[in-house]
Write a protein that binds this ligand. Sequence first.
Ligand code: GLV
Ligand code: GLV
Length: 318
Amino acid sequence: MKKIVITRNINPDIVDKLRKDFEVSVWEEDQKPMPREKFLEETKDAHAVLSMLSDKVDEEFLSNAPELKVVANLAVGFDNIDLDAARRHEVVITNTPDVLTETTAELAFTLMLVSARKVLAANKELMEGGWSGWSPYHMAGTDVFGKTVGIFGMGSIGAAFARRLAGFRSNILYHNRSESGAADDLGAKLVSFDELLSESDFVLCAAPLTEETKHKFDAEAFGKMKDTAHFINIGRGAHVVEDDLAEAVRTGVIAGAALDVFENEPIGADHQFVGLDNMTLLPHIGSASVATRNNMMNLCVNNIMEVLNGGRPITPVG
Ligand code: GLV
Ligand code: GLV
């Protein structure tokens, strides 16, 4: 029987689809990732792995698993995977595009509104008993309506975010390596990275993490943004030089930042961002609606079944 390793405790009803025809090994400790040693040990004789974005799929792992045919990553991003090494080992890699697009765009939109209107600071003040009464500029934020919004990475998530801006009469700019078909009906304008930074009131990072986009948002980039602008990141933490962002928010180079992703996750209360005013921080929940997570799991399972049964992967990458 072919063996499938699942590195997190995912929906058991979805896993059941596999149990009829395959030996399935699931890492059951819910909040903790499978430790690296356990991962290498468990996958030695595996034919398929359903991986999380926290698992490193690299040369060491791949050369340790000679039977491996497919790795299905429970994420749209796949920067945790060495695609060249996977190619060398003839292992198919799949991700979960499309099924999470709208859910992730909604979270990005939430971050923008929350940051603009100081929602978390206002909520915290009230919950801590610090609300002393109404006053004209109390917790007064900035409008999103009618502003210029710049999208770095106009892929499907960037485009879904841009569609949501229609009701806000936004001026939409985007920066991509090339003109995006997704942007066609959105009235979005392709601009240089510098122009995106200097013109936008809200800058959203929705790009995949690559060598080209890594640490793209550094002190120089934040320095080009308006001091009234907000930076939103739902891509990957490593798009940002975190020391530079902390400094930019602390010194008022930009007005605020709202982040769902960090360079080394998870972060704790000792992280330099925690406690900074005008920082909205979420624990990487971009695609975390129950329905979407189930759809992502199903897509991973279907990709694995296709490949192990000799068919074609549904959503291959690389
Ligand atoms: C989450 O960050 C993903 O890439 O799906
Ligand atoms: C990738 O994250 C995208 O924009 O679809």
